[in-house]
Design a protein around this ligand. Structure first.
Ligand code: ADP
Length: 626
């Protein structure tokens, strides 16, 4: 098998070398003949003893085919013949088959014949001539003792299967460490009796540890009855039952199946055919291992190697369903044991689904983490922009307070002056002999009202100048805020001779925003409007503030004037920061107004009225419909 395990040559090259060796070995130096044969690939005939339904041989044959095709890269001609000897055991049939096969392969004789099982080996030995004159014969599937009985010629080599009952028994001991009883079952055929004799020798030592009983010379009914009554801590070793004591013939595995159905303890056996027929398992050469070993011998033969028979490697094999049935632990199995009919674990069954699910979950996790990070960033950016907005609005408010300071001072002076006048008047009244107390009381009420007015002016100024740490979002009526802005502007409008007209929609217009910010927007727009009317005749200076509902659950507040309007070319620029047409302007009022309106989900726009003057509209979402 050197050509198979060589690591230097590629499989193809090795194969060519093998074919050359084979040709030289078989055909010597006859140049013309070699030339003819070199043009073809080796022919291998697999000889099955029975028909295609017999699992043992077909499985081994399949393993032979697989191995040969794999190693030769399919550069091989494979033939299969089923001798069908279980249904046609007669001598006539054998002779017919021999004639038929000789004729069939006359022009294409195989280079190697693989004989599966005892009957195939016997057939090819007897009918070699004419069918496989120069072929190398490889046999397999029976023991060395059987091979000796068959008296096979020296040039035939094979894969021998030794049936070691001791190893099977040892596996049973590992699986049932608590067992006290050992039962060995064997039939009444010659072969069965020979087996029983072998077992007595092989198990001589082993059985000393148990209360041992040989169940033999029984009918199949007696077998089934006896095994049904055995103590649970028993090991049952089944050899073969080709015949029972009544002379009935059996296929051993069928007899084992019948017995296993009533058995009260686990049954073990040294044959692969007992698996799936009720046996827990045993130590034996699997069909697959046998086939592979035979194929390797055939490959060696093709490569021109002489070689000799080998033992096919045995394996411990168990039926996982039987382990479960008898409550035997797989952990006690000998190393390397094969478990057949093992139910796949959840992972084995669904690992693709599990991997896919995990991948989806991981992907989702990554996306969710990404979104959370993104949200955190956005929130941070939002709070940063809020902070900046607060700062800018505060500066804007301070500037507004500065710009309105003259009128604010005037607004404050009025109630203070009135208080002083009223106080002086009260003093005069008190100095009279009969002071009019009713009048004094009225004066005091007036003083209190004026004080209240002064207080309101001061708190307006304080509100304008107060620096706030955060946006104070609340729901309020837009009309109320417009009214409070007009109150602040009132003095300035008077001072500038501007008539203020307000047209609030007569219903509540709830919006959600920071009140002070919305008020500041109105103040900016109104201040600009008043600035725009400086050149207009005093009687035509009108500032109009109006509220209305807009489409899509929105509310609109417009600030218009009768000033010079905005040149068309500047309409797009007025909201740009630092855009100003005023000598002392900052160009920030409208950009701050836009920033505020957009912060609360609204829009601001500028335009000119058809009758002259500019109009600014802010549209904000209503806090609740209706
Ligand atoms: P500033 O008032 O400091 O100039 P704004 O951003 O408030 O800054 O205004 C930018 C410019 O928009 C003003 O300089 C002016 O040219 C124009 N503008 C704003 N409101 C009006 C208006 N009602 N009528 C005409 N032009 C206006």
């Amino acid at each position: 098998m050197g050509f198979q395990s060589g690591k230097v040559l590629s499989r193809g090259v090795r194969w060519c070398a093998a074919i050359c060796c084979f040709l030289i070995a078989i055909f010597g130096t006859a140049a013309s003949s070699s030339m003819e044969i070199a043009r073809r690939v080796p022919r291998i005939l697999i000889l099955y003893p029975y028909d295609e339904r017999i699992v043992a041989t077909t499985e081994a044959g399949e393993a032979v085919r697989t191995r040969l095709l794999e190693v030769t890269n399919a550069k091989i001609e494979l033939f299969s013949e089923f001798l069908d000897l279980s249904r046609f055991p007669e001598r006539e049939h054998l002779e017919r088959m021999a004639r038929y096969l000789s004729a069939k392969y006359a022009d294409r004789q195989p280079d190697v014949v693989i004989a599966l099982g005892e009957e195939s080996a016997r057939f090819i030995v007897q009918n070699r001539n004419g069918l496989a004159d120069h072929a190398k014969i490889i046999f397999g599937g029976f023991s060395r003792a059987t091979a000796n009985n068959l008296k096979l010629p020296d040039d035939m080599i094979g894969a021998l299967s030794e049936f070691d009952i001791l190893k099977t028994a040892e596996m049973a001991r590992r699986l049932q460490p608590q067992a006290h009883h050992l039962y060995i079952i064997g039939g009444s055929a010659d072969f069965d009796r020979a087996w029983l004799a072998t077992a007595r020798t092989d198990l001589a030592n082993f059985s000393k540890d148990y209360e041992t009983t040989y169940l033999e010379n029984l009918t199949i009914e007696e077998f089934t009855r006896r095994v049904a009554e055995l103590p649970r801590d028993s090991i049952i070793l089944a050899l073969t039952i080709f015949k029972d004591s009544s002379g009935s013939n059996f296929i051993p595995r069928e007899a084992i199946r019948q017995i296993a159905q009533t058995a009260s303890a686990p049954i073990y056996g040294p044959y692969p055919t007992y698996i799936d027929y009720g046996a827990v398992g045993g130590n034996f050469v699997t069909f697959n291992s046998l086939g592979t070993t035979m194929a390797d011998l055939a490959l060696g033969a093709i490569a021109g190697k002489g070689g000799s028979s080998v033992d096919a490697p045995p394996t411990y094999v168990v039926d996982a369903r039987q382990l479960r049935h008898w409550g035997l632990s797989a952990a006690n199995l000998p190393p390397g044991a094969i478990q057949m009919f093992k139910e796949k674990t959840f992972w084995e069954q669904y690992h693709y689904v599990i991997i896919a699910t995990l991948a989806v979950i991981t992907a989702q996790g990554v996306v969710i983490t990404g979104l959370l990070i993104e949200r955190r960033r956005r929130r941070k950016a939002q709070s940063e922009s809020h902070r900046r907005l607060l700062e800018v609005v505060h500066l804007n408010q301070s500037a507004t307070a500065g710009a309105l300071s003259a009128s604010i001072a005037h607004e404050l002076n009025q109630p203070l002056g009135a208080i002083r006048s009223n106080a002086e008047a009260a003093a005069v009244i008190l100095r009279s002999e009969t002071p009019d107390l009713k009048l004094i009381e009225q004066i005091l009420v007036d003083i209190r009202d004026d004080d209240q007015r002064a207080h309101e002016v001061i708190s307006q100024v304080r509100n304008l100048l107060k620096k706030r740490g955060d946006i104070d979002c609340q729901t309020f009526d837009l009309n109320d805020v417009a009214a409070s802005a007009i109150k602040i502007l009132h003095g300035e409008a008077l001072r500038r001779g501007v008539a203020v007209h307000t047209y609030p929609l007569p219903r509540k217009l709830p919006i959600r925003a920071d009140k002070v910010h919305v008020q500041q927007v109105i103040l900016n727009l109104a201040t600009n409007a008043m600035d725009a009317m400086l050149d207009v005749a005093a009687c035509d200076r009108r500032l109009i503030i109006e509220t209305a509902l807009a489409r899509g659950s929105k509310v609109e507040l417009s600030v218009s004037d009768t000033g010079r309007g905005i040149p068309d070319g500047q309409l797009a620029s007025v909201f740009e920061p630092f855009f100003t047409t005023k000598p002392t302007g900052t160009g920030l009022g409208l950009s701050i107004a836009r920033a505020i309106v957009e912060t609360y989900g609204g829009k601001i726009s500028a335009g000119n009225r058809p009758q002259g003057g500019a109009i600014f509209r802010i549209v904000l979402p209503l806090a609740q419909s209706g």
